[in-house]
Design a binder for this molecule. Structure first.
Ligand code: NAP
Length: 294
């Protein structure tokens, strides 16, 4: 239980509601900032402004998945107010206060480091990334269905990268009956692809490997689908680029060549915001409970 734990939840989207629900059930004292247009009442949670918060009692601060902007602004879909996290807010918190954010940037890194507060980047955690790969794979299936006129069954699919997302995506398309090949750059990953019953190939050889592909799904956060590679691919190939912005595709060249290439960020929050919120809520509940034991 999180009885007597004071958590400030600032801004965000539908995912934050699952977190509030979970932490409220665990009896935490929750201050919600940036939720003035939200009608639901949560037990133990009160709507406040940044100025109302009693920072000296705060045990944890939860920022949205997107973190803060480079000038400290925090996005919220539940309010029109401008919300800003300032260094002074953090300085007023007790030493043990931990800041949780989906991702970070120079502003947040600087504020937490200067105030000497711990920062946990939830999206970088292996557990969160693996759980999130499930709605990501489902969202990729949705996009493949929406943007092709063929079945996934029997389609020739190439997945680039065998990380946390690549593995789930490759498995999902294989389970739907696609002919899946997976590109990786490490020998142990090529071995794993073989073990999964899929066809491995080395990403140093992309130009030759994608010549007969119907659907190419990129998860590598580096420019891999260059104009040199794209020019060898069939014109009908659909590219779904899952890698974080700017993706791994030369989109300008793909468009010039008449290929459909889609950058698809943030699929978990789009196709399954409730599940994506529950994933974060479960992990946070464990982390906050551990913090309160120490
Ligand atoms: P990850 O576990 O780090 O996987 C990335 C993979 O790419 C690793 O296997 C890495 O291999 C490989 N790689 C990196 N550079 C390479 C190169 N030049 N050639 C071949 N392989 C290369 O990351 P992840 O969690 O799967 O996430 C992948 C991307 O998807 C990230 O950009 C992430 O932000 C994004 N993402 C998007 C969504 C969405 O909704 N679109 C959802 C979740 C994540 P090594 O380990 O050998 O470097």
């Amino acid at each position: 239980m999180l009885t007597d734990k004071h958590v400030v939840i600032i801004g965000g989207d539908a995912r934050q509601l699952e977190i509030i629900r979970k932490l409220s059930a665990l009896d935490a004292k929750i201050s919600m900032v940036g939720f003035d247009q939200l009608n639901d009442g949560f037990i133990g949670a009160s709507k406040q402004t940044m100025d109302d918060i009693e920072w000296s009692t705060v045990d944890a601060i939860l920022l949205p998945v997107s973190g803060v902007s480079m000038d400290g602004k925090i996005e919220t879909i539940f309010s029109n107010e401008t919300i800003e996290l300032e260094l002074d807010h953090l300085k007023k918190t007790p030493n043990h206060c931990v800041v949780y954010s989906g991702i970070s940037n120079d502003y947040l890194d600087h504020c937490t480091a200067t105030a000497d507060r711990s920062l946990v980047k939830l999206m970088e955690r292996d557990d969160v990334a693996i759980y999130n790969s499930i709605p990501t794979a489902e969202g990729t299936v949705m996009m493949a269905i929406q943007h092709t006129d063929i079945t996934i069954h029997r389609a020739k699919v190439a997945v680039l990268g065998l990380g946390r997302v690549g593995m789930s995506v490759a498995r999902t398309f294989n389970a739907l009956g696609a002919e899946v090949k997976v590109g990786a750059n490490a020998s142990h990953q090529l071995a794993r692809i073989t073990e999964m019953g899929l066809t491995p190939f080395d990403t140093s050889n992309l130009k030759d490997e994608l010549k007969d592909i119907d659907l190419c799904i990129n998860t590598i956060p580096a420019l891999v689908l260059t104009s040199n590679v794209l020019t060898e691919m069939p014109l009908h190939t659909l590219i779904i680029d899952l890698a974080s912005k700017p993706g791994g595709t030369d989109f300008r060249y793909a468009e010039k060549r008449g290929m459909k290439a889609l950058l698809a960020p943030g699929l978990p929050g789009i196709v399954a915001p409730k599940t994506a919120g529950q994933i974060l809520a479960e992990v946070l509940a464990v982390l906050l409970t551990k913090e309160s034991i120490h």
